[in-house]
Design a protein around this ligand. Structure first.
Ligand code: ATR
Length: 275
């Protein structure tokens, strides 16, 4: 019997995950099926139990179920625990293991595909919601010299930076701070990552033009459109990337967890970009 996987979300029709996983399976000669499932807002746990009963091997989880997926699991990776959310579940009989591959996907896209090593760099993370939380631990593990978390609501940035500072390795020399957007005046960064959802409504962030250092990478975790953040970064000479590479890399990491095989991501990124 062919191994079955799915992506669970609401909405789900827009998801590129089935295309990505089908491409990975074809490339690595893995015999599997991967389908999108629209889950009722109050039906996540029952859907998961139903899929386990039907012999599914695992699922990806997207909005709005990442927190519920984390809670439902019997066992959680450090990456999932740090994010308090899961985007990948691995089923072993009735046992559910939760992981979060979003941050690993982001760091891999930056370090491998965009060829920028985060170690020793000054990194600015914009936003302190679920998306930012999900990538925090892998960014810290990549050992930047400085991580500043800036958010519209200052308290959330401070809470997240305190948590990050407390969680980082004792030997680490990473300086972690939280601030409001207005506090960024006079500061410069090598990498600026937009993890806010402001781009969804085409809203510009009140960030100074001067934060982008010479040769800076500006990375928007959104994909599929030029956000005001990307336009501002481009106008200030930054190298700009959207979140498509992260999308494919987080999928590759999930595929690896399920199948023990790491697919090549470059051709799949190119395929999705060409759609
Ligand atoms: P997600 O799961 O996409 O991270 P979220 O947890 O609701 O969604 O977080 C959204 C993030 O985008 C938050 O950091 C939010 O800032 P606040 O904490 O102040 O709400 C940020 N955000 C959303 N719209 C924004 C806007 N128009 N300007 C600035 N920040 C915005």
């Amino acid at each position: 019997m062919v191994d079955k996987y799915a992506v669970l979300g609401n909405p789900i029709a827009h998801s590129k995950s089935p295309l990505i996983h089908e491409a990975f399976a074809k490339q690595t000669l893995q015999d599997l099926r991967y389908e999108p499932i629209l889950v009722p807002l109050d039906g996540f746990a029952t859907t998961v139990q139903d899929l386990i009963a039907k012999g599914y091997k695992g699922v990806n989880v997207t909005v709005p179920f990442k927190f519920e997926a984390y809670t439902l699991a019997d066992e959680r990776s450090i990456r999932a625990s740090s994010a308090g959310a899961a985007n990948t579940l691995i089923f072993d009989g009735q046992h559910i293991e939760a992981d979060n591959t979003d941050g690993a996907g982001l760091v891999r896209d930056i370090e491998q595909n965009l060829a920028l090593t985060l170690s020793g760099k000054r990194v600015l993370l914009l936003g302190a919601g679920g998306a930012a939380e999900g990538v925090l631990q892998p960014i810290l593990a990549a050992n930047p010299a400085l991580l500043v978390i800036a958010n519209r609501t200052l308290d959330k940035a401070l809470a997240m930076s305190s948590k990050a500072a407390a969680s980082k390795m004792a030997s680490s020399v990473i300086k972690v701070t939280g601030c409001a957007f207005s506090d960024l005046q006079g500061q410069q960064f090598d990498v600026v990552i937009n993890a806010t959802s402001a781009g969804l409504t085409d809203t510009a962030l009140p960030i100074p033009d001067t934060i982008f250092s010479e040769g800076c990478l500006a990375y928007d975790m959104m994909y599929g459109r030029e956000t005001p953040f990307m336009a501002q970064a481009r106008a200030n000479g930054a190298r700009v990337a959207d979140g498509l590479g992260m999308l494919v890399e987080q999928a590759a990491e999930a595929f690896y967890l399920w199948r023990g095989v790491r697919p090549q991501t470059q051709p799949v990124i190119a395929m999705i970009r060409a759609l």
